[in-house]
Design a protein around this ligand. Structure first.
Ligand SMILES: Nc1ncnc2c1ncn2[C@@H]1O[C@H](COP(=O)(O)OP(=O)(O)O)[C@@H](O)[C@H]1O
Ligand SMILES: [Mg+2]
Length: 234
């Protein structure tokens, strides 16, 4: 069953025509990878889904409701979590204060138990300023801030960028764990093997259009070929 469906989206920044009729679909409990070169329009796609930029044409459905024209906070409230590229934390605020910006009821700290379970390091650093955390810890915080609302789907924009390999593996574990708990994932990644190891389906974007799409059987059956093909293309 379709959870998130982006249908023929056209997005502009002023007069720059960025998403030129792009479509994609994330089914329930799926991990979908959105790949493509720098500047292809991946971040614009996630921002358009989140309601942060309004598309000029096309439709976005979440659980069969049309969310295309909803304000960003309403999109989030529907159950779509978003971890932006570059994390966008508040560096001068503590870990706890950053987490609270994601909480619906800020007095109920029990909402945090789930994220401490995934990233125990955050509990230890609750009163440390976010800007003083390591790269891996900052990414853990950015993901946790999106998770406290218990989204049904999580949009991750290049979560592994700048991370040490040990944290990349940790991140892979966390993504798999979330997915096993029933959460769908839309993953934008530059590390193609990392993305393909986890993805049920893959979209490859070129200049604002989906150039290539592969489903589960193809991704799993031809992983090596895909890694080589996309590795050259990206
Ligand atoms: N705020 C903006 N204003 C104008 N152009 C932008 C803006 N953000 C991104 N772009 C342009 O849109 C295109 C797609 O960018 P982006 O979605 O960030 O690509 P990706 O995430 O795939 O690297 C690029 O050409 C980029 O320069
Ligand atoms: Mg980007």
């Amino acid at each position: 069953m379709s959870l998130l469906r982006v249908d023929d989206i056209h997005t502009y920044y002023g007069r720059s025509y960025i998403l030129q009729g792009a479509s994609l679909e994330v089914k329930k409990k799926e991990i979908v990878a959105l790949l493509g070169r720098n500047g292809a329009g991946k971040t614009t796609m996630l921002k358009t889904i989140m309601g942060l930029i309004k598309p000029r044409a096309g439709t976005i459905f979440f659980k069969d409701a049309d969310i295309t024209k909803l304000a960003a906070y309403k999109v989030a409230r529907k159950g779509i979590g978003y971890v932006p590229q570059g994390r966008h934390l508040f560096p001068k605020m503590t870990v706890l204060e950053n987490l609270k910006t994601g909480m619906t009821d800020q007095s109920d700290e029990r909402q945090l138990e789930g994220v401490f379970h995934l990233f125990s390091v955050l509990r230890e650093r609750l009163h440390q300023l976010a800007g003083t955390l390591s790269g891996g810890e900052q990414q853990a915080l950015a993901i946790s801030r999106a998770l406290v609302k218990r989204p049904e789907i999580l949009l991750l924009d290049e979560p592994t960028t700048g991370l040490m390999p040990i944290f990349v593996s940790k991140l892979m574990e966390v993504i798999k764990k979330l997915n096993e708990s029933g959460m769908a994932i839309l993953l934008v990644e530059e590390k193609i093997p990392f993305a393909l190891t986890m993805a049920d389906s893959v979209y490859f974007m070129v200049k604002g259009k989906i150039e290539y799409n592969a489903g589960k059987e193809e991704v799993q059956g031809k992983k090596e070929v895909l890694i080589r093909y996309l590795g050259v293309e990206v």
